[in-house]
Design a protein around this ligand. Sequence first.
Ligand code: PA5
Length: 455
Amino acid sequence: MIKLCCNYVDEAVIGCENGLNLKQEFQNYKDKIADIITDLNKRKDKPGQWLQWMNLGYSEETVWYVKEYASMVQGRFENILVLGIGGSALGGLAVTEALLKPYWNLLTDEQRDGLPRIFFLDNIDPDSMTGLLNMLDLSKTLVNVITKSGSTAETMSQFMIVKNILEQKLGANYRYNIVATTDKKTGVLRQIAEQEGYKTFVVPNDVGGRFSVFSAVGLLPFALVGLDIDEMVNGIKDMDLALKNTDINENIAAQNALIHYLLDTKKGKNMAVMMPYSSRLKYVSDWFVQLWAESLGKSDYVGQTPLKALGATDQHSQIQLYNEGPNNKVINFIRVEKFDNNLEIPSIFEYTGIGYLGGKSVNRLLNAEADATRVSLTDNKRPCVTITLDKINGYTLAQLLYMLEVQTAITGELYGIDTFNQPGVEQAKNYTYALMGRAGYEESAQELERKMAMV
Ligand code: PA5
């Protein structure tokens, strides 16, 4: 199981101006937290509550269909190309980056055990898109287009470009190179998929994009590149069981939720930094940033601004600010106890400045840097928590992501907001539709042009 250490947010360590009396606060909020956990678990099966993500660990049918399709297409494609944005891409990126061998796409077929490369196209930059499309042989590529709404402008414009190229290359058979993940019934992509005869997977009802990583949105690409999705599902199930515990003293998601909520509302820590000490977990920060920002940044100026950092790299860019700048952040370290590799630094120099490194491991150096950074932040009275994974695998990673999802849901309840909507995102999406001339958005377009002409 993953662990949470929150000693370094305690006022006994960093003083009462910046820290919390944890024992007291856990006691104060004991009943409220128990009610929140009970309520979330009660509501999770009700339609319209957007809590179906809490059931994804138990969705045996999806796992079965995903594995069946993955084994059916195994060996047929050199590449997987995922088209999607936001919640339709970030979970996939976070998990594949963490669990595939590093530099996966640069490895030979043999080194990848014959499994395909994987690319995520999560932007519409014309230069990078052209570059990717020139580089990939689309006829040897399985394109997984993922959009819950089925009409997101970025994803659907990518899809239209890719579909056109595929059709020109492969004729009617192009459809075997496409698999669509979208809503079961609604949306333009669903209509197209049915008309054209694509294989499809479903983004379940009441699962928002940023909570969808363990639906077919993530599981399908994971299975296609040979990741063990059963291991992930087991991780979620075990974590879900642990997080059903209504006692805050035993529930790490509830503890971290309350810590963030109180540090924000009582101590002015309105930013939350996610800083894994592992390059493989780099995109977990991107995923978390979306989860925290879109879920908790709501009207009435609620929500902490999430920031991403990577240890040890960002010790040399951001830590100066975190140590001495505005004391308005809580830092979340993620620490890995045991890396897959043990990398020794050879004893080849005796200079005083670097000789001490010889004979030690990079593993030890990285975790020493995590400890050193945490202690220096503590010296400067900056609150930090540490989440520890004994090692990185599908089980621990799924636990980490699921724990952060539950933490987000509990924090939203503490703020008293709707964690699962995203009106701010929808507003910008609608403005884009208006500017690009989508039917039905004519009035909006006029209004927008008027506003834009004013500045
Ligand atoms: O979390 C969310 O709901 C959003 O970030 C969506 O995932 C994103 O806007 C993409 O939407 P869709 O999956 O409908 O294309």
